[in-house]
Design a protein around this ligand. Structure first.
Ligand code: ATP
Ligand code: MG
Length: 373
């Protein structure tokens, strides 16, 4: 998959830019704070319909303006083309078009352009709390599987409404104000949607784990990396099918019912699940060195690329934000060998630390991009 063309209006520090990308490697270089990462963020936005840095849409609008607009032309391996446009304003209204037609459901646009981004903050995937790992799974699964994206959006809506109801709980008055009845309705929906989300995540983590551990062995000279999905209703048990999942979810909900009411919060479900990462059998988060954590994050990202290829039949676009400078020479070489050249790649680098690459070079300066070769 390739993005051949990108247009940005009022996006971050860009007022207006139109770029025709190389189909192989694009190196974006410049001093700090010129707009290199912002460009990758724009490409990524067209794939995942949100900022990879977790910024809400209004933050992406150029200061002093009311909206941003992005357009991209994408070519798939089979030669088919997709025109994507996205716009958002300060009132949080968004507008998407695919080949000129308006799309209202995000699940119809996410993943049409498939990207994998690797940025310095990705070490957080291994080092930080479970939120980062759930976000990683959600972003990748949503791009790979429209149905997952739909299920997740619905699950999150039910979760918000169930939490709002739990906050209204008044001890002793459950029956009279319809609380119990409403909660039972949300429970059913949550079990149905949450089980489907958890099962899909579990399946994907299994595939990712095989790929990542193989890659990690090569990158680390022999360490064993393993991933496992721990759902919050039966963390140490692999779920056999949807029925077993629903049952486990239901009985855990019954067990925590009292605490949920007291805390006004949903305590079970995919929003509390964990992707456990171990190196040589020990939790990477607590025992991994900085270097080991970085290598594990890199293995995960490379595994994502390979998984996407095996499931969709083509590689995603690879975005490497400042990562080459963070890696030692051996890992630099490995990432070059394993990823760069397999698929269209965008690499950002600060002047003075440019990787020796045959590529198209772009200079980024104060929100302006100029082609150098
Ligand atoms: P570094 O090498 O330090 O990573 P960079 O070139 O990747 O730098 P970016 O992260 O792309 O830099 O950011 C460039 C600049 O964009 C920042 O200095 C920031 O002030 C500016 N910026 C961020 N959001 C907006 C916005 N909404 N409107 C205008 N400018 C913005
Ligand atoms: Mg940057």
């Amino acid at each position: 998959m390739k993005i051949n063309y990108l247009k940005l209006d009022n996006f971050r520090n860009y007022d207006s830019a139109e770029l025709y990308w190389d189909e192989q490697v694009n190196l974006l270089h410049g001093r700090n704070a010129q707009g290199k990462s912002n460009l990758l963020e724009a490409v990524c936005y067209l794939g995942i319909a949100t900022s990879f840095r977790g910024a809400p849409d209004p933050e992406l609008i150029r200061w002093g303006e009311d909206y941003f607009f992005l357009a991209g032309k994408v070519t798939r391996e089979d030669g088919s083309r997709i025109d994507l446009t996205a716009a958002a304003n300060r009132r949080k209204q968004r507008r998407w078009r695919v080949d000129g037609e308006a799309r209202t459901r995000l699940s119809d646009v996410v993943g049409l352009l498939h990207t994998v981004i690797f940025a310095p903050e990705d070490i957080g995937l291994v080092k930080e709390g479970p939120d980062a790992r759930r976000r990683f799974l959600n972003q990748q699964l949503s791009q790979l599987d429209q149905e997952y994206c739909r299920l997740l959006i619905s699950y999150n809506r039910v979760l918000r409404q169930r939490n709002a109801l739990l906050k209204q709980w008044e001890p002793g008055r459950e029956a009279e104000n319809g609380f119990e009845e409403q909660l039972a309705t949300w429970d059913e929906q949550m079990i149905e949607l949450g089980s489907a989300v958890a099962l899909r995540r579990q399946q994907t983590v299994k595939q990712l784990s095989e790929l990542a551990s193989q890659l990690h062995r090569g990158l680390s000279k022999g360490e064993e990396l393993a991933l496992s999905y721990e759902n919050s209703f039966s963390p140490h048990e692999e779920l056999a099918d949807l029925d077993q999942c629903r049952q486990a979810f239901r009985s855990e909900l019954a067990r925590v019912a009292r605490s949920e009411q007291q805390r006004g919060l949903s305590l079970v479900g995919p929003h509390r699940d964990e992707l456990a990462i171990t190196i040589d059998g020990r939790p990477a988060r607590s025992f991994g060195s900085q270097g080991q954590q970085r290598t594990a994050a890199l293995s995960l990202k490379l595994a994502e690329l390979e998984l996407a290829r095996s499931l969709r039949g083509e590689y995603p676009v690879l975005l490497l934000d400042d990562v080459l400078s963070e890696l030692d020479e051996q890992r630099r070489q490995e990432i070059m060998r394993l990823a760069v050249g397999k698929t269209q790649t965008f690499i950002t680098a600060v002047d003075g630390d440019l990787p020796p690459l045959s590529c198209r070079r772009w200079r980024v300066e104060a929100g302006r991009v100029s082609r150098e070769n």
